[in-house]
Each structure stands twice: as C-alpha cells, then as structure tokens.
Design a protein around this ligand. Sequence first.
Ligand SMILES: Nc1ncnc2c1ncn2[C@@H]1O[C@H](COP(=O)(O)OP(=O)(O)OP(=O)(O)O)[C@@H](O)[C@H]1O
Length: 508
Amino acid sequence: MIEAVGLTKRYGAKTAVHNLTFQVRPGMVTGFLGPNGSGKSTTMRMILGLDVPTSGRVTIGGLPYRQLPNAPRRVGALLDAKAVHGGRSAYHHLLSLAQHSGIPARRVDEVLDVVGLRQVARKRSKGFSLGMGQRLGIAAALLGDPQVLLFDEPVNGLDPEGILWVRNLMKRLAAEGRTVFVSSHLMSEMALTAEHLIVIGRGQLLADMSVPDFIAANSAGFARVRTPDGEPQAREKLTATVVEAGGQVLPEPDGALRVTGLPLPRISDLAHGAGIRLWELSPHQASLEEAYMRMTQAAVDYRSTADPRAGYQQPAAPGWGTPPPGGPGEVYPVLPGELPNPYAQQPAPPAGTAPAAPGAGYAPTAPSPFAAPHSAHTPADAAAGRGAAAPRSVPMPAGPAPSTAATPQAPATAAAPAQPSASAPAAPQDAPAPPAAPPAPGQAPRSVPMPAGAAPSTAATPQAPATAAAPAQPSASAPVAPPQQPPTTDTAPAGTAAARRHSEDDAR
Ligand SMILES: Nc1ncnc2c1ncn2[C@@H]1O[C@H](COP(=O)(O)OP(=O)(O)OP(=O)(O)O)[C@@H](O)[C@H]1O
C-alpha cells in the first residue's frame, strides 16, 4: 500500500503539491487524475524517492522508498518512457536495469515477451516509435515482479490494441493483489481500467473515491425525452408542460429534450396527460469524463484561447456549449445542496482567455442547468480519514493555498511553462525534508502478499526493478534505487513463485 500523509512539495515559490493525504490500496487499479500541472508527476516522484517532500511523508508498505530493502524488486514504475539510452537495444537496456537490481537475465526475455517487443529486442531504442518506447518502459517497470507499480500515462502513444493490452495488464496485476497506481488523461480509459480514483487539482486533493461514486457525486442524471420528428408543436407543448411542473428543459443537439428536475415516471405522466406521444424517454448517466470536467474545470491551469479561425467551424446546436454571460469563470454554478468547488472561487481569468470554441466537443464553460445536487461532502468528511472506501470529496483547506492559485488559467497554451520531465534527476532539489515519520506500529512492510499458489509471475505478471538503478540511464522507466543499496533477495513475499525464483537465482 502507498500512503501519503500531508505530502507537500514546493519548488521555490511554486507549490506543486499541497498537503496531500491519501492511500493507494492493493488489489485494485487506482487512477490518478488531474489537469496538466496539477502535481501528479511530482507526487509520483516523491513516492519513488526521486523528489524529497518539503513536508509530510509518503511511504510504501510503511517505509519511504529510499528505506525499502531491495526496492527495485518491490516497486516498479514507468514515469518517462523516453528516458532510455537511445544507443542501446531494448534487450540491453533491460539487461542493464536487471543487472543493477540483481534480477536474473532471463527475466529480460520474459518481460520482452510480455510487452511484445521480442522481435525488435536487439534494435536500438532510438528507432522505436512512441508506442514501442512505451512498451519498453512498461517492461522495465515489470522487470522486478514488484508488488507495487506506478505508471504515469502508460497508454500514451499506444494504438488501440496496445491500449487494450495495457488495460488488461493493469487489471491483471491488480487482481494478483498488487498495488497499481496509474495516471492518465484518458477518461474513457480510466473508466474502464480503474476501480478507485484519486483526483488532484493545483496540487490539492479534490476527490478520493470509487469511480461510480465519483461520477455520481460530480454529475447529474437527466432524462432524454424525444417527441416524434416532424411534430414541433408536440415538442413545444411538452416543454411548456414540463417547465410548468417544475422541470428544466434544454434541447439536445439531435432534437431531443434534456429534462432535469423531474423523475422519469413524472415526465411520462405529464406527457400522457397532455396527449403527447413520446419516441424516447430514457435515463442518462454522466460519463467519467463529464464528471471529471465538472470537478476539475476550475483547477485547470492551462487553457487554450479561442482560435481566430474558430469562426470557420460549424456552429454548435442551439443551447449547446454556449458560453455563459459571466464568461469562462462561470462554468458550472454551485447548485442547491452542492458544495462549491474550491477552485471556482477564483477570480475570472485574465482578459483574452476565451472558452473553448463552440462545437469543440465537451464545453466545460457552459453552465450546467441539468446538474442536480450531488451528495454533499463536508469538510469533516475530508478530515475524517483517508482510509475509507467511503466516497468523499475534499474541500479546499482553510490554510494557505498553493501559490499556483495565484496564477490561474494561463491565457494560452503557449504561455504554459515548460514542465520538467519526469526523468529529472533523482537528486533531491530542495532542502532536506523533515525526517519521515516511522511506520505505524505493527504496520507490515508488505501489505499484500501474493496469493498462495499464484501462477508463476513470469509472463503473466512481470516484474520490475524500480529502477533507475542504472546510473547511465537517467530514466524514469523504473524508479531510482536507493543509493548504495545492494540487491537482496527478499523481494517477493516468502512462499510466492516470485520469491522462490529470485531466491534460487540469487543462490546461483
Ligand atoms: N523541478 C521543478 N521545478 C519547478 N517547478 C516544478 C518542478 N517540477 C514540477 N514543477 C511544477 O509543479 C507543477 C506540477 O507539475 P507536475 O509535472 O507534477 O504536474 P502533472 O500533474 O504531472 O502535469 P501533466 O499532467 O502535464 O504531466 C507544475 O506547475 C510544474 O511546473
């Protein structure tokens, strides 16, 4: 299990991560979401000991990464797939990592098979496509057959087959009892892969809950109602009837009506009473993407301005994606019974910032008249414990806000500051953090042993050195190993296939 408590990271005046407290549990895939620059990579680097927290702590199985015995076999990570020596072949890259971590060479062939790179294993990685490089990074993460895996944007650059493969791989690793922590911007993919979500915005925790709870808490269901095509009077009559009964109606792009505020049976009764035939009356559940956009829209630092050529685009359907009168800062009003999004309290973005062009897909700048109040989460909920599986959203703490809040919404993408690569050197960049607190009494160093009798971890469940042990490789394909830490053999829990294999190999 990964546990962060009050985790904070400042780079000079910049607060990249502020007071994060969460747990990543074994046995499930936990998605790590947040807008660009929200602090996901920084958090992952701190988990892997590549960055030193300014305050707070983060532990894996009760210990900071750098104090983990034989860390490369216990934790594997993909942070930056490009962090590979381009002159080396995939095989030699992995072999180098394996040798630095005391992993037997034959494991290299196993993970090459797992990621499908066997055919090109002897080719120099600088000729690899983005997707091939990503597969190589995943192979490195799997090399040590670790119980804890971190993946930063693992499907980046993969084709549909590769995305499906990664999805299944993550699920399989989690089903084996491992802790799998995955960041991604692909909401549709996260919805299919993750069971639990940790969402951050501008370095702060916004949500820590299951995917269904997240969607339920950050979106509102509505009814799609359709009257027969070619009967506009029926549509108008239904609209008037529903509004009179206290519902809200907005047009859908395809001519249907989106009704909120009334349950489906009531809409049906109203239509029946008014003599209106219906072609459709269906409930609609928001997607993870919609829920995510709703929660994080005010925590987005980097937003594009309107394209001067946007006028050439097809106009959006009436009532769809129209910027609200208050401008882009007005997105999603706070609804009755709903806690305000902490970031929504910020001043409107500077002049020149424009909402997404009409018709550009999901338009977070439109007020959502459909949103029904979601279950309120109190500050007490947020303070109450990180453990719980109970859903909770996290209001902005009363304390000092991260400095990022002072610079909301860069006016244009071009204004976005270059962000350091995840492969940044492992050397601590800040003043040493306060000593990490000792693990909780009685806390086992390994939270979830492999299930007894687990299938050989080989091909199905690879392993990874946490990396970076390879000095010549600046990379983040596998986290940096604690300095001067000789590999030991206590990698996998005793009794597991992995443990037995490593022990035998090491004995040899
Ligand atoms: N070494 C550093 N020095 C200064 N600022 C940094 C450093 N690393 C990260 N930051 C800043 O911290 C903030 C968080 O960056 P981080 O890379 O963690 O975000 P992210 O959520 O991973 O973004 P993305 O989704 O775009 O990868 C950004 O504003 C970034 O510019």
